[in-house]
Every structure is written in C-alpha cells, then in structure tokens.
Write a protein that binds this ligand. Structure first.
Ligand code: GLC
Ligand code: MG
Length: 424
C-alpha cells in the first residue's frame, strides 16, 4: 500500500471461491481474465485490490497455482482472521492482538467437540482464530443456539458463520470478513488513504458481513448462495448500494463497477479491435496490457486487422529498440515483431492464455517511463512467468514509443531444455 501516495480511487474487496473464481461454469477462466485485464489496464496504478477468503494461506496459495489470480495488495484469509500485506504477505500483528480479546481456543475446541453434529474440517483450515466444521444444514440453528450459550457461560465471546450450505466456522466475536474490512478502512483512514470508493464482492454466508460496512458498495454475484440471498431479502433489499448481479463471478464484479459508476468498466478483453478503440488512457501500462493481449490473440489466431495492427505496433517501436528474451538472447524490437508473424495461429484450439499482473509505471525523467510487470503465459497445463521491464518514451501529443524490453524468468518458473514455445 506504500506505493500509493494519495487515497486509492477504488478499493475492491473480493471473495475468491465462486466470486473471483468460477469453479463450475468457466473452466477457461474467461471472466477472471476479463477482470484481470480491466484491473491492470485501468486500476492497478491508483487503486487497491484486496482478496478476502475463507481459505487459510496454504489453500490460498494452492488456488493461485491453479487459477490466473492477480496479486492483491492485501490478502485477508481464514474468514477475516488473518490480514497480510504485499507480495511477501506480512501478517498484521495488531489484528491478531484485537482478535485475542475474550478468545480462548482451547475452550472453543472443548465445547465444540461435544456436538456430534459438527465434523471437523481438514487440518489446514483450523487456525489460531478459526475452528471450522461441516454440518448438516438442518442442524445449524439448534447447534448455533446451544453452542453460543455454552461459550457465553464460559466467558468466550464468539461469532458463528454458516456458509456454502455446509460450512460452520467459529471465530472470535471481533473477527470475520466485515470486521477485517472495517479495520482495514480505519487503518487506511489514519494513513490518509481512505479509498474514494470501496466495492465488496461475494457469494456466500461468510461474505454477508462485507455488505454491512458503512459507505461500501456491494455486489452479490448472480450465482450467490441461498444463505446470502436470504440475508439480503430480510435485511438489505432496500439498500441501493447493494446489487445482485445477473452475471456470474468476476463478470458480476465488472457489472457492478459499471452499475455504481466507479470508473472504467470496459475490459480490454472485450475490445476486439484495438485500432478502433482510442482509449483516453494515458498510462503506458495500457500499452503493455494491450500488447500482451494482442500476443495471445495472435498465437490463438484470433486477431482482426492483423497487418494494420502489426504495422502500427512496429511504427511505435524505436528503430534501435532492443528486446531481451529471458534466455538472454537479444533482438531488435522490430525484428521481434516480424518474427511473431510466423507464429500466427500456432496455438489455435489449444489451451493458451497470456495475462499481466502488477503492471506499474514510473516516470523516471520527463518523457521517459519504466513499466514493470509480471507476464504470465499458460500453454496447456504448464505456466510460466517473466518479470518484464519496458522502457517507453513519449513526446507531447504523440503516443508512447517502445525503447527497450527486458524479460527474466520469475523465481517460480521452471526452465526446461526445450523452451521453444515461449517466444516473447
Ligand atoms: C473456506 C474455508 C473453510 C470455511 C469456508 C466458509 O472454504 O476453507 O474452512 O469453513 O470457507 O467460511
Ligand atoms: Mg465464496
């Protein structure tokens, strides 16, 4: 969050399973990829992305390997009981302190074990401030009542959350996704960085609290669970700041950005011809997002207006511009584009996707920009990431000129002998 010097324009706080990630109807992650390009293109530089998930960090990391998730600025895991910042996911110790108030894990464990209706979930999901079980829906009310009374008698202040039709979480009273969001907003306010707008996105019971925080817009994605929709019908249906989207998952988030007029809501992935679309986006990050999208379409054989586009691309490369491949090989930028020609459509019908993450531009000297990003590429089930640095120059009133591109394999990427498929 340090990179922002002023209040973020938009803060999105989104659940992951069945909200950002569609586990059922979108095996190619198309909605998520649409959201990703929109975020990197129009929001990354001045906004904050927060994921708030029921998963613990271990299971969150697993999901990141399976799906093209962006890197959030803040990651809230284990149903709002763990808050961590930045790429290295530094835990917020103050939050831990707050959660310790009137909490005694041992007592909760002892009391919950007396209920045969509660089946303990896996080891990874049991956390210092979260005990999680599965339960039959018909037993929820009775168990909630009885357990709450018993724990109250023992002086432990808890909160019970029912989600997804079968999950039963026991947390400290001050925990949960809503309280974690309220805490984050308060912290940002103290730092003079209270977001101009905040949008909460969710699909299930543990997201309910997100929709109760003042001055926060909310979207329940079309595929929201019954328990969330019931809560909405009983408590919030007259609140114009909360909508039930008619699009699933990340598609619903994009819809909400448009509905509440929170900023641009046209994903570059929804633009079929970039030459037609003269964006009012004067951020060089836009050029990069657009380029790698073009690269995906090129290899998938889906680009319209091919020659005109490559010609315009070549014209925007400096004649002496150099491209450094992660293998270390150097080529002129213009030759690289010419060479791309022979790969047109070579990934047709294959599982091939390219996406960009953490696209951030800095203007080092007037007229010169350095854009840094992670470029991800997936071929079949294999994926690789290059940390990419692009130098642009720009003269008043003219477009951006590509001067230099350098790529290095990121740490997570495994390099094989035959890397001939990984062209740029
Ligand atoms: C996630 C967590 C699980 C929790 C559920 C509902 O699936 O992994 O432990 O019970 O969310 O909050
Ligand atoms: Mg969910």
């Amino acid at each position: 969050m340090e990179r922002l010097t002023s209040p973020p324009r938009l803060m999105i706080v989104s659940d992951l399973d069945e909200t950002m990630v569609d586990h059922h109807k979108d095996p190619e992650n198309l909605s998520l990829l649409r959201f990703n390009s929109l975020w990197e293109d129009a929001y990354r530089h001045d906004s904050l992305l927060v994921f708030s998930t029921g998963r613990a960090q271990t299971m969150y990391k697993k999901l990141r390997k399976e799906r093209p998730l962006l890197t959030p600025d803040v990651i809230i895991t284990s149903v709002g009981t763990e808050i961590a910042y930045g790429n290295s996911m530094v835990l917020d110790d103050n939050w831990v302190e707050i959660l310790n108030n009137k909490w005694d894990r041992g007592i909760v464990q002892e009391e919950t074990s007396k209920f045969p209706e509660l089946t303990l979930q896996g080891e990874t999901e049991q956390r210092p401030h979260k005990l999680s079980f599965n339960i039959d829906k018909s037993k929820v009310q009775a168990v909630t009542k009885e357990l709450s009374q018993r724990l109250e008698k023992r002086g432990v202040d808890i909160k019970i959350i029912f989600s997804g039709g079968n999950a039963f979480d026991v947390l400290p009273q001050g925990g949960g996704k809503g309280q974690a969001l309220a805490y984050l907003l308060k912290k940002l306010k103290t730092e003079g960085k209270l977001p101009v707008n905040t949008l909460a996105c969710g699909d299930s019971g543990n997201d309910t609290e997100l929709f109760t925080i003042p001055n926060v817009y909310g979207v329940m994605v079309s595929n929201a669970q019954e328990e969330l929709l019931e809560w909405y019908a009983e408590n919030a249906k007259d609140n114009p700041n909360i909508i039930h989207a008619n699009e699933r998952c990340a598609g619903g988030i994009i819809q909400a950005i448009g509905h509440f007029k929170l900023g641009p809501n046209l994903s570059p992935r929804d633009v079929s011809d970039f030459l037609e679309c003269k964006a009012d986006n004067v951020n060089p990050g836009h050029e990069v997002v657009k380029f790698f999208l073009f690269y995906e379409r090129w290899r998938r054989g889906e680009v319209e207006n091919c020659e005109t586009y490559t010609a315009s691309l070549k014209a925007s490369c400096h004649p002496a511009g150099v491209f450094v491949h992660p293998s270390g090989a150097e080529k002129s930028l213009r030759d690289t584009i010419d060479e791309l020609g022979k790969y047109y459509g070579d990934m047709k019908g294959k599982k091939f996707r390219v996406w960009t993450d953490q696209v951030l531009a800095t203007d080092t000297t007037p007229g010169t920009w350095i854009v840094k990003l992670d470029k991800w590429e997936q071929i079949g089930d294999e994926r690789k990431c290059c940390t990419t640095t692009v130098k642009f120059t720009s003269k008043e009133g003219e477009g951006f000129v590509w001067e230099h591109v350098q790529q290095i394999w990121s740490e997570e990427t495994e390099i094989k002998k035959d890397d001939s498929n990984w062209i740029i």
